[in-house]
Write a protein that binds this ligand. Structure first.
Ligand code: HEC
Ligand code: HEC
Length: 281
């Protein structure tokens, strides 16, 4: 059922019924890191989807090609900046990230498990929240602004060392109530258009919407370098844009609602490879 309900929703789709399959293509980064861009849906979404697919499969040839080589991937410039930040002492304790964590490579695999429940915080936290906890509680430094340059660059660096590893966020145990809240948000219709995330990204992926090829809205590729704004974009900023497109009031990046939604959306991509920083329109 890849049909949007509602007259206004129909108007959003440029050519009624225009549908294009995702491409049949494989992503191998730098000729060595194989990326799983489509795989069987995890059990908790198998009633809605057979397969889960990375947004990479819905992009044009040139955009996809940029991601296959780090020299062509503009997102990697920001990763390099973050690698420098990793080594830079800041704050009252005179420490850098590397003082405690050694090489960035020691973080391989971490990105694949976030958002996750933190005992210390007593709630599900995102990678950016965890980094900021290290900054404020362990370095005596100021928190980075959510989804802004330093935070998103560091998230991209942490992602880059996990590329090729399967997304594997926990949805049970202490994370379960947050996951359920995220699921509810995903299926709730919002705004004047009365559209939920699922109306577009589950019922209608493959459709053309305003000249854009609608994907499943997966987040395994985040942070994403967008050709549209030529910078790295965070998950919550993307959610904000999509909610706004339904002409609804939106939540703020870093809000409890977006943390829950991030956990839920991440879990829909369990099994896809960590791919960020990726390139999208
Ligand atoms: C003074 C030591 C210290 C410094 C400096 C520090 N961290 Fe941490 N970091 C820790 C400890 C300890 C943990 C484990 C915390 C926990 O499990 O609750 C941690 C956890 C993390 C995690 C989560 C790891 C996981 O397996 O879930 C990330 C990501 C992280 N730090 C990033 C950073 C970044 C980025 C910086 C620099 C901006 C930084 N840290 C600076 C001590 C430090
Ligand atoms: C009116 C249809 C519509 C709705 C509703 C919508 N989106 Fe989107 N979304 C889009 C379009 C169009 C794009 C850009 C093309 C693409 O990547 O699918 C997009 C892109 C995304 C992406 C980027 C995917 C990538 O690979 O870079 C994510 C993540 C996303 N949406 C999540 C959501 C979430 C979560 C919701 C609900 C809060 C939502 N969207 C609601 C239309 C929608």
């Amino acid at each position: 059922m890849r049909i949007l309900t509602g007259a206004i929703a129909a108007a959003l789709i440029t050519t009624t019924g225009a549908f294009a399959d995702p491409v049949d293509d494989n992503l191998v980064i730098n000729g060595e890191t194989e990326i799983v861009t489509r795989t069987a849906a995890p059990a908790h979404v198998s009633d809605a989807l057979d397969e889960v697919m990375s947004g990479w499969l819905f992009r044009k040839d040139g955009t996809r090609a940029m991601q296959a080589d780090d020299f062509d991937n503009p997102g990697m410039i920001f990763v390099e900046q973050a690698m420098d930040t990793w080594e830079t002492a800041e704050g009252s304790e005179g420490k850098s990230c590397s003082s405690c964590h050694n090489d960035m490579d020691s973080m391989a695999g971490v990105k694949a498990t976030y958002p996750k429940y933190s005992e210390a915080a007593g709630k599900v936290v995102t990678l950016q929240m965890q980094m900021n906890d290290c900054r404020t509680e362990r370095m005596g430094a100021e928190a980075w602004k959510y989804d802004k340059s330093d935070a998103i660059n560091m998230e991209a660096a942490l992602s880059s060392v996990s590329r090729g590893m399967p997304v594997n966020v926990a949805i049970d145990g202490p994370a379960q109530s947050t996951w359920e809240k995220g699921k509810e948000l995903y299926y709730t219709r919002t705004g004047q258009l009365e559209l939920s995330c699922a109306n577009c990204h589950e019922d209608s992926y493959g459709m053309m919407i305003r000249a854009d090829h609608l994907s499943q809205g997966q987040i395994n590729g985040f942070p994403v370098y967008r050709l549209k704004n030529t910078k790295l974009n965070g998950v919550h900023s993307r959610f904000k844009g999509c909610v706004r497109d339904t002409r609804a009031e939106t939540y703020a990046p870093g809000s409890d609602e977006f943390v829950a939604l991030e956990l839920y959306v991440a879990s829909r991509g369990n099994g896809l490879s960590v791919e960020g920083p990726s390139i999208r329109n």
